[in-house]
Design a protein around this ligand. Structure first.
Ligand SMILES: *Cc1c(COP(=O)(O)O)cnc(C)c1O
Length: 453
């Protein structure tokens, strides 16, 4: 019988993060100040982030050392296993060899702890007392609440109203770790009060919650802001996933032909694939690298590659990325972590340079793949992760037709234990597919800022 699970020792935990900026043929276009449209300097970001993270954001050094306290905290759940999907291969009748990296093994149940721990550490080191952040479905808020507790920081989470009402369990998890959670829009910020004045029953959005958390941090001396995706330093912290996976595939004696990850802001995809992207840019690999996004928010496959704001209230810096327009509000798909109008600048640049590819998939097809995966492999995937499974299954079925025994590896970014209401709907046949909203995207793209073009 073939080996199923590839595990590493604690001593094999990576000592450095991999910084893809070192290997990009062209430097990333600089972020611009939201008011002036001029390139940002470190001083502009200092009210929001600790200096070490600002340095990492623009660093072009290939390897950045992981501080010892961060490695110690990682050891609570890392290294995570790489698992050969032997049972799903059998269920599909494919000659392909399928592997998945299991990031749901973390305390919060997703990959997000990899950066939450690092961000909490640097904040603590530089004297921050309190961190403010936003959360959509609650995965990022949970990861940061746990990390803040580990490093003895206060944590305030602006949780998108609709999730706050519909998904109380994530809120309770955050509160258990001592975080203060409010529904966004809230009465605690100008951005929140303005949104409530316009619509007292606003369901909120991730973009608006970002505006609130940024305002909170910018207006308080003791507080910094923390973001769970999109930024270069966040993507870099996630590369522990791919660095481990690369070692584990070596143990398995396989080199990947296809690497797959789902993308919301791009962090788990980047974390899993960037070490392999580095190999590809340096001529050591020819693997296809595929980012999977939802049809309801298809920023890479249907958006424009241009400068846009990261949030709805236009408070964040302008970054060059694939965007559907900062005013675009994605349909309420159950993969809440993928409902974002933009994409990480590094992922966008690699897609633009055709180093990586992107595909968009529908909601029902992702839940079909998730159920097939759960029934064969035994793990219940997050709806976000199910996007990666869908494309892994499609690739494996193509191998079945062609008789090719490709090596397919995907990142299983988290578990779906807080998403059972969505599974219940799927089982009852009640899930909707949302067509690509061409007219809404066209309208939102009209609102793009006229800078840097
Ligand atoms: C947040 C989240 C995502 C999407 O965010 P990325 O930054 O694109 O990785 C995907 N999967 C899970 C389980 C998440 O919690």
């Amino acid at each position: 019988m073939a080996q199923r699970k590839f595990v590493l020792d604690e001593k094999d935990l990576p000592t450095h993060w991999y910084n893809v900026q070192a290997d990009l043929k062209q430097p990333l276009p600089p972020p611009l100040h939201p008011g002036t449209g001029q390139p940002l300097g470190p001083a502009d970001l200092a009210p929001l982030f600790p200096m070490e993270l600002i340095k990492q954001e623009v660093s072009r050094e290939r390897w950045i050392e992981i501080p010892e306290p961060v490695r110690e905290a990682y050891k609570v759940w890392r290294p995570t296993p790489l698992i050969r999907a032997l049972s799903m291969e059998k269920a599909l009748g494919t000659p392909a060899r399928i592997y998945y990296k299991w990031e749901g093994a973390s305390p919060s149940g997703s990959h997000k702890g990899n950066t939450a721990i690092a961000q909490a550490f640097y904040n603590k080191q530089e004297g921050t007392k309190r961190i403010a952040t936003e959360t959509g479905a609650g995965q990022w808020g949970s990861a940061l609440a746990i990390a803040a507790r580990m490093f003895d920081l206060e944590c305030k989470v602006y949780m998108v109203r609709i999730s706050y009402d519909q998904k109380p369990y994530r809120r309770i998890l955050m509160e258990t770790f001592g975080a203060q959670v409010v529904a966004s829009p809230s009465r605690d910020t100008n951005a929140g009060r303005a949104a409530l004045a316009k619509d007292p029953h606003s369901a909120g959005s991730l973009g608006l919650a970002i505006s609130e958390a940024v305002e909170d941090a910018a207006t308080r001396e003791d507080t910094k802001y923390s973001l769970g995706s999109v930024l270069n330093h966040v993507l870099m912290h996630q590369t522990v996933i791919g660095l481990e996976a690369r070692k584990q595939l070596e143990l398995a004696g396989d080199a990947p032909d296809v690497l797959i990850g789902c993308v919301g802001g791009g962090s788990n995809f980047a974390g899993f694939t960037f070490p392999f992207v580095g190999d590809k840019l340096n001529g050591r690999s020819k693997a296809r690298i595929i980012a999977v996004e939802p049809m309801a928010a298809p920023s890479v496959t249907k958006g424009e590659y241009t400068y846009d704001f990261g949030d709805e209230a236009m408070l964040t810096p302008l970054v060059k990325m694939h965007t559907l327009g900062h005013g675009f509000m994605p349909a309420p798909i159950h993969a809440g972590g993928l409902r974002y109008h933009g994409m990480a600048p590094a992922v966008s640049a690699l897609a633009d340079a055709k180093v990586i590819e992107a595909v968009a998939v529908h909601q029902r097809a992702t839940f079909e793949a998730a159920t097939l995966f759960a029934r064969s492999e035994g793990w219940l995937p997050a709806p976000e992760s199910a996007h990666a499974i869908r494309v892994a299954v499609d690739e494996a079925l193509r191998c079945k037709e062609s008789g090719q025994a490709k090596v397919i590896a995907f990142n299983l970014s988290g578990h779906g234990h807080f998403d059972l209401a969505a599974y219940e709907k799927h089982l009852a046949g009640g899930l909707e597919d949302f067509e690509y909203p061409a007219d809404k995207v066209a309208a939102a793209l009209k609102g793009l800022p006229k800078v840097g073009v």
